[in-house]
Design a protein around this ligand. Structure first.
Ligand SMILES: [Ca+2]
Ligand SMILES: [Ca+2]
Length: 444
């Protein structure tokens, strides 16, 4: 996080000085005042340009090179930027974050300008404005993180501060199958042969085409008396994937019911800022390969960590994410009521390696029936399919998690709450921060 400010200085300084060269008479007085650090005056003067006013608001927020030139300035960002404790991630006005909001509402991405934060209208921005917007995004990013997470305002995010914030209900959850209750569904399989999908019984002696209609759904048993081997010969290619079908009756709500609103809004705010920053970089022509951008985003690496522990070894497993992944991997790819018959072929799947390594180790012996033939054992198996209980105790099943049994402590609630924390992949250095990455901040 500190590196970013050293670079910021190098980057911000020439921009601020460039403002001295403005041609217009009226603009000149604004830019001179800006150089004289008369930030309050410039920010409130509607005759100054948006670029000048936003720069001045950032100056008021402590984002000025003069402020950062002070000895030790980057050692305690909370102090240097005067970051006050925010009441929530969507607290846009407390302390100096109010000035960052003012700057973003003048020159920020339309996502900010048209949101309830600004209540403005979409506009096209000049390159000058985009440049200031980049710094406003970075400032907002830092205010958000330290304002929400740095409980004792000492400028350092400790393990306890981050863990305290991302606290999940992990009691009764383990990678040995505690908290999830997955079991074989009638010992049924999905058999994929190229683009053709079938529902099969345990020895693949029955193979019915998946149609999504009555008797051709993943929740139905195979009824056709043709073997899958015969189907493969008929189609002319080998079986490409053998997918065991598992039923999910219950699931522990790792989010502990409705206590996750702050987490959800934190992830949503982080994502909005990082998306805006990345798009500003692109708009001013600073490509993702540019060294300045790389350095700046490297500074954000503590957050944009790929849900890995990168300290001291890059890409090591992040231990904090292990129990969350038990549930996350299970619900990540869940199909809902709007999933089409065709989309369902790739919905509700979980990679078998993830299933037995990260969700439920006890399933390692349940992927194939105990009396599986050698031919069946030799088939490729990349994924498993999940179907959801529609009632409790379970009697019927569905492909849509939105049709899973609902109500208090229900399967639907547990799935829906977990999915609200985001279902995107966590990629290191992609400029976006997912919830899984947030959990791993303390390990980076
Ligand atoms: Ca702290
Ligand atoms: Ca990321």
């Amino acid at each position: 996080m500190k590196t970013i400010f050293r670079l910021l200085l190098l980057f911000f300084l020439p921009l601020m000085l460039a403002s001295c060269g403005d041609k217009k008479e009226s603009a000149q007085s604004c830019s001179i005042q800006l150089d004289e650090q008369k930030y309050s005056k410039v920010s409130e003067n509607e005759n100054c340009t948006n670029y000048e006013r936003a720069s001045a608001y950032l100056g008021r927020a402590g984002m000025s090179f003069a402020n950062f030139l002070k000895t030790g300035a980057t050692d305690n960002l909370t102090k240097t930027l005067g970051i006050s404790k925010l009441s929530s991630p969507t607290d846009y006005t407390t302390g100096n974050r109010g000035f960052v909001t003012d700057a973003l509402c003048l020159v920020g991405a339309n996502a900010f300008v048209t949101s309830s934060r600004c209540n403005g209208s979409s506009r096209t921005r000049s390159t000058d404005e985009l440049e200031i917007s980049m710094f406003a995004n970075i400032a907002d990013f830092i205010y958000l993180n330290y304002g929400v997470l740095d409980n004792d305002s000492n400028g350092t995010l400790s393990d306890t501060e981050v863990e305290g914030f991302t606290k999940l209900q992990t009691g009764g959850i383990s990678v040995d199958g505690l908290g999830t209750g997955l079991a074989a569904y009638n010992d049924n399989y999905e058999v994929v042969i190229g683009d053709n999908h079938f529902i099969a019984n345990s020895d693949l002696s029955k193979c019915s085409p998946y149609t999504g209609e009555s008797n051709g759904r993943y929740t139905d048993n195979a009824s056709h008396n043709t073997t899958c081997a015969a189907k493969a010969i008929e189609i002319g290619i080998s079986i490409t994937d053998l997918r065991p079908i598992f039923k999910l009756d219950n699931m522990t709500d790792i989010t502990a019911g409705g206590t996750l609103n702050t987490l959800v809004s934190m992830v949503s705010e982080l994502s909005m800022i990082s998306t805006a920053l990345s798009s500003d970089f692109d708009s001013v022509g600073i490509s993702s390969e540019n060294s300045v951008r790389k350095q700046l985003t490297l500074g954000l690496g503590k957050l944009d960590n790929g849900a890995k522990d990168n300290n001291p070894t890059a890409n090591a497993a992040c231990s904090a994410v292990i129990l969350f992944d038990v549930m996350f991997l299970l619900v990540k790819n869940a199909a809902d009521n709007s999933t089409t018959v065709s989309e369902l072929k790739s919905g509700n799947l979980i990679n078998t390696a993830d299933l037995i390594n990260a969700v439920d180790k006890s399933l390692v012996d349940k992927l194939l029936p105990v009396d599986a033939s050698d031919a069946m054992k030799a088939l490729p198996m990349k994924s498993a399919r999940i179907v959801y209980a529609k009632d409790s105790p379970a009697t019927t099943y569905t492909d849509s998690y939105e049709e899973a049994w609902s109500g208090e402590n229900s399967l639907y609630e547990a799935m829906n709450n977990t999915r609200r924390l985001g279902t995107d992949d966590s990629v290191k250095g992609d400029g976006k921060v997912t919830f899984r990455e947030l959990i791993c901040v303390a390990e980076n």
